[in-house]
Design a protein around this ligand. Structure first.
Ligand code: G3P
Ligand code: MG
Length: 251
């Protein structure tokens, strides 16, 4: 396995998204304050080709805008409010660019799982932009990024262009040939929806010498069960509750 580790085995899903608006700089800063080692976030392309950090394909849920993220250039997206929907005290928060987030990770010494979330038809282009931003802004003092995606074409693009990239395969529902994909892409980890996990699956993936990560785990009892099976880390919106269940205090 690679040198990556999950000493703090709870990954702040979209940042500390129970405590700050998801996928914003505030959410990543909050994750650090609460004791996270790792954060996860989602990257897609705006109309001008800028990589932006947002989960949904549409702006409606997490901003004061409407419509498809990829229909707008970043010059427009940056004018939207990505915090007020969560709590008025976060009004003025912006949709960050991937570059903004990389700088934030560096400042706060956070490790990151970068989830490549291409809009339909942009699988290759999104992966290439993620790699270009990593090349341009990710510094050697930072923990190398763990790149994941549900999109196998995006991950193939990563592997073709970056022989050393750390890749994690995201699986929401089982699909035939996932083990071959894992081998071909030389994945270091498999990131599974907790609903499809059982003890045998965890044992199988550990025998493949891959880290097993599971999302999204907000129930402390479920987290304990998963860790009991050998899961290496869980993605959680609520770092505080899940760390507490493990007998580890957040800050
Ligand atoms: O990367 C784990 C998890 O974030 C995958 O699902 O929809 O929350 O991006 P989603
Ligand atoms: Mg995600």
């Amino acid at each position: 396995m690679s040198s990556i580790n999950f000493q703090v085995p709870v990954i702040a899903h979209r940042g500390a998204s129970r405590y700050a608006p998801e996928n914003t700089l505030s959410a990543f800063f909050k994750a650090k304050q609460l004791g996270a080692q790792w954060v996860e976030f989602d990257v897609m392309l705006s109309a001008c080709g800028e990589a932006v950090v947002i989960h949904d394909e549409t702006l409606n849920r997490t901003t004061n805008g409407n419509g498809i993220v990829g229909d707008y250039p970043y010059s427009y997206l940056r004018t939207l409010d990505a915090g007020a929907w969560f709590n008025a005290k976060f009004s003025g928060e912006k949709i960050p660019t991937f570059k903004d987030v990389i700088l934030c990770l560096q400042e706060h010494q956070l490790a990151a799982n970068v989830e490549i979330k291409p809009l339909p038809g942009q699988e290759e282009q999104t992966a290439k932009k993620v790699l270009a931003d990593i090349r341009d802004y990710w510094t050697v003092d930072m923990m190398p990024p763990l790149l994941s995606s549900f999109s196998v074409p995006s991950l193939r693009t990563v592997r073709q262009n970056s022989p050393d990239a750390l890749i994690g395969l995201l699986i929401d529902e089982w699909f035939g040939g996932w083990e071959e994909v894992c081998d071909q892409l030389q994945c270091v980890s498999v990131h599974l929806n907790q609903r499809i996990l059982d003890e045998n699956v965890v044992r199988h993936i550990k025998a493949m010498n891959r880290f097993v990560l599971s999302y999204t785990v907000n129930d402390p009892h479920r987290a304990k069960e998963l860790f009991g099976w050998g899961v290496d880390a869980v993605f959680s919106d609520d770092l505080v509750a899940v760390l507490a269940a493990l007998g580890r205090s957040s800050f």
